[in-house]
Design a protein around this ligand. Structure first.
Ligand code: NAD
Length: 353
């Protein structure tokens, strides 16, 4: 297994270091894991003047999978747009053709009290959101801000091709087959032509998966249903913009953004694995971040890129165990919990393994 490790900025370095401890355990047991480090985001800009240095892209292309921390920080907010850390992230997703973003929203029973919703609404929650990641309004052309009729106008283009919708729909149906066999496609077909096409193509792909029960929701209703009765969902598939918003919303159901991993896959299940949160500049450098989202991203890597379910299950079981044992970083801490640092949480997971 060749891994490109791109810690990035802020808490990125701290949380990735904990995931690497887990990899070191597996290496110690004889797993053939090669890790090579590269810069991305602000770290890429600082070191090589580019948020996605050529050397890092090369490393990522040569690897079987990429482990990423997070990018961004206030010190980079004034840079020209193409030089900003977030552009490095958008570019690596595009360059590696990582079109399917998998974001589970899962609630550990012990953390039900940390959710923003009532425990009875969220306990047992287990949703997988499949977000298209390389198309839509984030990449569509034309885009820009220009002067028209004496005032500035801003514009972006929402665009999806049939093939883009089809491939992400296949990924979502395949995942639904391995789970509860329910898929909800989310769009805004009552208003947007782009969504009409999305709905039609998803319905075509559904014919290949007769066992999966397909439903559709407009995105406004989906946002409402996610807080009203989130347990009605099994797998959700949606475009880049809607998925960005809904998956963050879903993350809050599960208590902390620090618990949620993600996978971004290409056509051959090569993937980039990262926590869904950002670089958390407000707590960076203090060894208090929650590393579990990053460690759970490793579990997803074993499951989706290496099809090694046993190791994936083992890492997830270790995380469950430390939660059950009462270890808590500050973001998930409630009265009575054993408050630990980022590195102590990493050590606890290693011990649980
Ligand atoms: P953020 O996710 O970094 O932080 C939001 C809040 O959650 C903060 O209060 C933070 O302290 C907390 N938090 C996040 N991760 C945590 C963890 N593991 N443990 C404990 N608490 C955690 O989002 P933001 O503050 O909006 O953005 C900060 C920077 O991160 C910005 O530069 C933004 O562009 C960037 N960002 C990057 C990514 C990414 O790399 N994928 C995603 C989102 C934001």
């Amino acid at each position: 297994m060749k891994l490109a490790v791109l810690p990035g900025d802020g808490i990125g370095k701290e949380i990735v270091a904990q995931a690497v401890k887990v990899l070191d355990v597996l290496k110690g047991e004889g797993a053939g894991i090669e890790m090579e480090y590269g810069n991305i985001g602000g770290a890429g800009f600082d070191a090589e003047g580019d948020p996605l240095p050529e050397s890092s892209l090369k490393l990522a292309r040569a690897a079987d999978a990429v482990l990423l921390g997070a990018v961004g920080g206030p010190q980079y907010d004034q840079l020209d747009r193409p030089l900003r850390p977030e552009r490095g992230l958008l570019r690596i997703r595009k360059e590696l053709n990582l079109f399917a973003n998998l974001r589970p929203a899962l609630l550990y029973p012990e953390l039900a009290g940390a959710s923003s919703l009532k425990p009875e609404i969220v306990s047992g929650l287990d949703i997988m959101i499949v977000r298209e990641l390389t198309g839509d309004v984030y990449f569509g052309q034309p885009r820009g801000v220009e002067v028209r009729n004496g005032e500035r106008v801003g514009f972006n283009t929402m665009i999806y091709s049939e093939s883009e919708v089809r491939r992400v729909a296949h990924v979502a149906f395949a995942i639904a087959m391995k789970r509860g066999k329910k898929l909800c496609s989310v769009e805004k077909a009552n208003v947007l032509e782009c969504s009409e096409l999305w709905r039609d193509v998803v319905a075509e792909v559904a014919k290949d998966y007769p066992e999966v029960e397909l439903s559709t929701l407009y995105v406004d209703n989906a946002a409402m249903q996610l807080v009203r009765n989130p347990k009605q969902f099994d797998v959700i598939v949606t475009g880049n913009l809607f998925g960005d918003i809904l998956s963050d919303q879903a993350s809050m159901l599960s208590g902390s953004i620090g618990m949620l991993p993600s996978a971004s896959l290409d056509e051959n299940n090569k993937g980039m694995y990262e926590p869904i949160h950002g670089s958390a500049p407000d707590i960076a450098g203090r060894d208090i971040a929650n590393p579990l989202a990053t460690i759970l991203s490793l579990a997803m890597m074993y499951r989706y890129t290496f099809a090694d379910m046993a190791t994936a299950d083992r890492i997830e079981a270790a995380v469950k165990k430390v939660i059950a044992q009462g270890y808590r970083t500050g973001d998930i801490w409630t009265e009575g919990g054993n408050k630990v640092s980022c590195s102590a949480m990493g050590d606890a997971v290693v011990a649980a393994m």
